[in-house]
Design a protein around this ligand. Structure first.
Ligand code: SF4
Ligand code: SF4
Length: 394
């Protein structure tokens, strides 16, 4: 028999939620329409009705360790059907923002990307870092002759030092955030866990591998109805980033393993992958921005947190593509500053990954892995495959 759980309501919680965008949470009268219409909500312990109730009760600790908050894809089917205008999709979005703050290490970085007043600092940091390194290398001027970007921002030490250190920072902060989240999920959710014992290899392939396949196919995003357009935008952004990551890995291998310096000719397949990635990224981010602007509140109430990320994603794709086009057009006075802006955007995406809207990639993935591990379905009517061997532990 399950043990009774003591409730520990946080009376300031609703005020805090409202500051994160959940302004209509108290309108909910628990009709459960939202849980019925949500296609990614499993039949077993469906959401978001229970999250609405927990929010009204002020169960902060329960909510911020609730995997279902992150299984929500922010399609707003539920918001559009809610008869009370309680906007459950916005409530889950607010809980996601609060979770990012909770898991952030160090927290000041999460505050910086959440509050507009810190915008000059957010972008000032990479600008100053790049300028200091360039000054130290004596490249603070537009170079003459053929456009070669490493004459302006030297590969060594600028790119080779700043970006690996930023990547290590992002990985360390992401790992700390994921660890915090996982421990809280495990501590707060034993009643839904039906653990199945896999070997470490099976654990990686079944839980992590299966989740990654789901994400690459956007298996569950497709189930949303009212905001299907958002699926297309998100799918493009995801695959844009994947192609650009493949390009970066190939270029790094070319430079460091085979001594093949950039720029590569347009006939090089690495260029094709990179350009395709940039175009897909631009298309996806334009669709996402257009969707939010044209549908207004039907697409969810976006806050500064979402807008900042979306605009930086678009800027990254546009400046990346323009960097190439301006080099081909031989316009050094615009091409070199454009490359500088592009690197600032890339630095933003890396350095603020665990703190910005980008972090949903970490936390939704963790929630999906947890859901598989807990034997929890990831959609209405979706069955979790029974274990091939061994036993379920209840
Ligand atoms: S959020 Fe709306 S649809 Fe969901 S239970 Fe409350 S009133 Fe009903
Ligand atoms: S926003 Fe979409 S995915 Fe999230 S709870 Fe509502 S219907 Fe479900």
């Amino acid at each position: 028999m399950s043990q009774p759980r003591l409730l520990d309501p946080d009376l300031d919680f609703i005020r805090e939620m409202k500051s994160h965008g959940a302004v209509d949470v108290k309108k909910c009268f628990q009709c459960a329409t939202c849980s019925v219409v949500c296609n990614v909500s499993p039949d077993d312990r469906p959401f978001p009705r229970k999250e609405m109730l927990w929010s009204q009760w002020g169960l902060k600790e329960r909510l911020l360790a609730d995997p279902d908050v992150w299984l929500c894809h922010q399609c707003h089917d539920c918001t559009n059907y809610c008869p009370r205008g309680a906007r459950p999709g916005d409530v889950l979005a607010a809980l996601q923002r609060m979770s990012v703050m909770r898991y952030a290490t160090p927290k000041v970085w999460a505050r910086m990307v959440r509050e507009p007043r810190f915008l000059p600092i957010v972008f000032g940091i990479p600008v100053v870092i790049l300028l200091v390194f360039m000054a130290a290398c004596g490249t603070l001027r537009i170079p003459e002759g053929e456009i070669v970007y490493r004459k302006f921002i030297p590969q060594w030490p600028v790119v080779d030092v700043i970006f690996p250190i930023t990547a290590i920072w992002a990985v360390a902060c992401s790992a700390a955030g994921i660890r915090k989240m996982w421990l809280e999920l495990k501590a707060m959710g034993p009643e839904i866990r039906k653990e199945y014992r896999y070997s470490p290899l099976e654990w990686v392939t079944v839980y992590v591998g299966g989740t990654i396949v789901d994400i690459l196919k956007h298996q569950f995003f497709k189930l949303c109805d009212a905001n299907r357009f958002r699926f297309v935008a998100h799918f493009n952004i995801l695959w844009g980033f994947i192609l650009l990551a493949i390009t970066t890995a190939c270029v790094a291998a070319g430079v460091y393993l085979f001594g093949k310096q950039t720029p590569y000719p347009l006939s090089n397949p690495i260029k094709w992958i990179g350009n395709l990635g940039a175009v897909i990224l631009i298309v996806g981010s334009v669709l996402a921005i257009k969707n939010r602007l044209s549908k207004g509140e039907k697409a969810g109430r976006a806050t500064y947190f979402e807008w900042l990320f979306l605009w930086v994603v678009l800027a990254t794709g546009v400046t990346g593509l323009l960097t190439e086009l301006l080099r081909l057009a031989n316009s050094p006075t615009i091409a070199y500053p454009m490359y500088f802006v592009h690197l600032v955007c890339v630095w933003f995406l890396f350095a603020y990954l665990p703190f910005s809207k980008f972090s949903h990639m970490l936390y939704r993935t963790t929630a999906m892995v947890y859901a598989r591990w807990a034997g929890r379905a990831l959609g209405k009517g979706v069955e979790i495959a029974p274990p091939a061997m061994g036993t379920w532990e209840h």
